[in-house]
Design a protein around this ligand. Structure first.
Ligand SMILES: Cc1cc2nc3c(=O)[nH]c(=O)nc-3n(C[C@H](O)[C@H](O)[C@H](O)COP(=O)(O)OP(=O)(O)OC[C@H]3O[C@@H](n4cnc5c(N)ncnc54)[C@H](O)[C@@H]3O)c2cc1C
Length: 324
């Protein structure tokens, strides 16, 4: 049985108290929301901290509300609350409902989902197993065992909600000791398996805002080995706006789980804009996404298979939108 290391636990009641603690403790502390990602990672000794700062008692971080322009979701809102909400866009509820399993959705939160650690099968193993080889780059070693020639960590972005919310042009509000700022969600991510978030470690996501945009047609398709529990090994989020005669005026195609950040596919989007959403434009977009995506052999199923699935899943997503 894997055990948690010895940790101090703080349970602040306000956002200010939490950010104060995080600023004071620096890299020694980490935020725990639902704990469904963090606790297994702590048990596997993937990170070394001596304190966890629980967000569970901060009521201001919960709830879903609409203000006419956007839907605001508190960072501590659970995935299950999102699945059951009538306020959130259906594509968000659908993606939340595909995370892990119902039990984990009851516990896991949107803030944790957006910050979920990048994954790699050289890393997500027990300490003992990791010690059998030289530790990988993300485990403070010198080599990335996925692509040893490069000093870069390729661990995979594994959030289901991130590609969907980037496609919806969502923004997040962050609070730290330096104050409050709101940024596009896309700007939270960096294509680097180690430093995969731009936020300071002492900053807390307090809420997510999704623009209310009834003209945008959206969908999300996820590839995983089993129909439940498994992380995505490919996710395709598509958002399309159509004008007169069904011509596409705006497109966002975001690929999940093929890089260390949600990957925007601009050439796939260009293949759609100015065209009706039909077989030719869909085939061109699917091919452009295939060329862009370079999944590596670092998560479930082979990289070759995952690459071959990229155009298949882009096509499926766009055909669903074309069928209306
Ligand atoms: C068996 C299993 C299957 C899973 N399958 C999936 C899947 O299919 N898809 C998927 O997307 N995820 C999956 N997960 C991961 C996880 O359950 C979800 O992503 C969940 O939403 C994480 O939320 P949490 O609140 O539990 O995060 P936590 O574990 O509490 O935190 C995760 C990370 O986010 C940080 N964090 C949390 N909240 C905040 C905040 N408000 N501000 C700043 N940082 C914060 C934490 O410090 C930590 O680094 C799976 C996990 C397990 C164990």
């Amino acid at each position: 049985m894997m055990r948690l290391p010895k940790l101090a636990v703080s349970s602040p009641e306000t956002i200010e108290e939490a950010t104060g603690l995080l600023a004071e403790l620096g890299d020694r502390a980490v935020v725990l929301s639902g704990g469904t990602d963090l606790i297994p990672n702590l048990k596997r000794h993937q990170l070394t901290v001596d304190t966890v700062v629980l967000l569970g008692r901060i009521d201001d971080l919960r709830g879903i509300r609409a203000d006419g322009e956007s839907i605001h979701i508190g960072a501590r809102t659970t995935l299950r609350e999102i699945v059951d909400s009538e306020l959130v866009p259906p594509v968000v509820a659908r993606a939340a409902g595909q995370v892990a399993s119902p039990t984990i959705q009851n516990q896991g939160t949107i803030g944790g989902n957006l910050c979920v650690d990048t994954r790699c099968f050289w890393l997500n193993v027990t300490d003992l197993w990791r010690q059998a080889a030289e530790p990988c780059l993300k485990a403070d070693g010198d080599t990335c065992w996925v692509a040893p020639a490069k000093q870069h960590c390729w661990a995979v972005s594994s959030s289901d909600l991130a590609p969907v919310l980037v496609a919806l042009d969502a923004s997040i509000t962050l609070v730290g000791s330096g104050g409050t700022r709101t940024i596009p969600l896309a700007d939270l991510y960096v294509d680097d398996g180690i430093a995969y978030l731009t936020k300071a470690s002492e900053e807390i996501i307090t809420s997510v805002a999704i623009p209310i945009d009834p003209g945008l047609d959206t969908t999300y398709h996820k590839l995983r080995r089993r129909g439940s529990v498994d992380f995505p090994i490919l996710g395709v989020a598509a958002a399309i706006r159509r004008g007169d005669a069904g011509v596409c005026t705006e497109a966002r195609i975001i690929l999940g789980a093929v890089a260390s950040a949600p990957l925007r596919a601009p050439e796939a989007e260009e293949a759609l804009v100015g065209q009706p959403l039909g077989p030719d434009s869909i085939a061109a977009a699917a091919e452009a996404a295939r060329k862009l995506a370079r999944p590596l052999y670092n998560t479930d199923l082979t990289s070759r298979y995952r690459k071959r699935m990229v155009p298949v899943f882009v096509k499926r997503a766009l055909e669903e939108l074309a069928a209306g």
